[in-house]
Ligand binder design. Structure first.
Ligand SMILES: NC(=O)c1ccc[n+]([C@@H]2O[C@H](COP(=O)([O-])OP(=O)(O)OC[C@H]3O[C@@H](n4cnc5c(N)ncnc54)[C@H](O)[C@@H]3O)[C@@H](O)[C@H]2O)c1
Length: 247
């Protein structure tokens, strides 16, 4: 029996990277999966892969900054699978600017996707998660939420806000059987890191106790644990999956 047998999960930004790894792993562990992203073709491919491997998945187009699109995604999840037990707020954008170079527009965009997106998703999913009575919200923040940084100021700040939003979610909905936890990835070998570091992404390994970049699967296993009933006493927690970065 899989670790998520009978559960239904929606993962944002799951057309590639960590979100796609989570969608596949959750399916391998018995969950039905709603793959969602702004990248329609790639997202559909992930859902097709899952279905081709004997799993159950649908793709829904979702820009996490849109309340309307969230409503649509949640109703598509209910239509396809009848319920929702797991929400992974994974979608995000990154940008390298320090404080002086951060424009007001960039600041607002970072918060819109990386903080408001998870807020809108939590709110939209709440009625179904409540009905589940045994639900798990997993917010993907970042190691940069836990320390000052020389760059990526708006990103790090938006992720720190997400970490505290996670705590409030845990406190407000724990009594209703909804857990909420946060994962802080270190450098993970996805398009976000490769683009952000302009091909010099191996440099992110410098000074990392575990001398390699994270794989999307390293993060997916942490999300799997938090999504599963093995974590039924875990809420409001923050887990660093970062090769020792924060240590
Ligand atoms: N890669 C790293 O080194 C790293 C480090 C720390 C934290 N993280 C976090 O991990 C999570 C996953 O990132 P990843 O590394 O897989 O990156 P990724 O760029 O591979 O995946 C992010 C996905 O989010 C989607 N997305 C972006 N804006 C969206 C929006 N408005 N609505 C819906 N989808 C949107 C993108 O299309 C993309 O498919 C993110 O929250 C990221 O901030 C990543």
């Amino acid at each position: 029996m899989g670790r998520l047998e009978g559960k239904v999960g929606l993962i944002t930004g799951s057309a590639q990277g960590q979100g796609a790894a989570e969608a596949k792993l959750f399916s391998n562990e018995g969950a039905s999966v709603v793959v969602s992203d702004m990248l329609t073709e790639m997202g559909e491919e992930i859902a097709n892969d899952i279905n081709g491997n004997g799993g159950q998945a649908i793709f829904v187009p979702l820009d996490v900054t849109s309340t309307e699109q969230w409503k649509n995604a949640i109703s598509k999840a209910e239509e396809a699978f009848g319920k929702l037990d797991i929400l992974v707020n994974n979608a995000a954008i990154w940008s390298p600017e320090n404080i002086e170079d951060t424009t007001e527009e960039l600041w607002d965009k970072m918060y819109a996707v990386n903080t408001k997106g998870p807020f809108l998703g939590t709110k939209a999913a709440l009625p179904l998660l409540r009905k589940s009575g045994n639900a798990s919200i997993i917010n993907i923040a970042s190691g940069s939420a836990l320390k000052g940084a020389k760059g990526a100021t708006a990103y790090a700040s938006a992720k720190a806000a997400l970490a505290n939003f996670t705590r409030s979610t845990a406190v407000q909905f724990g009594p209703e059987g909804i857990r909420a936890n946060c994962i802080h990835p270190g450098p993970v070998n996805t398009i976000m890191l490769r683009t952000g570091m302009k091909g010099n992404h191996e440099k992110a390994v410098n000074n990392l106790p575990i001398g390699r970049l994270g794989l999307p699967e390293d993060l997916a296993y942490a999300a799997l644990y938090l999504a599963s009933d093995e974590a039924s006493y875990v809420t409001g927690a923050e887990i660093c999956i970062d090769g020792g970065l924060i240590a």
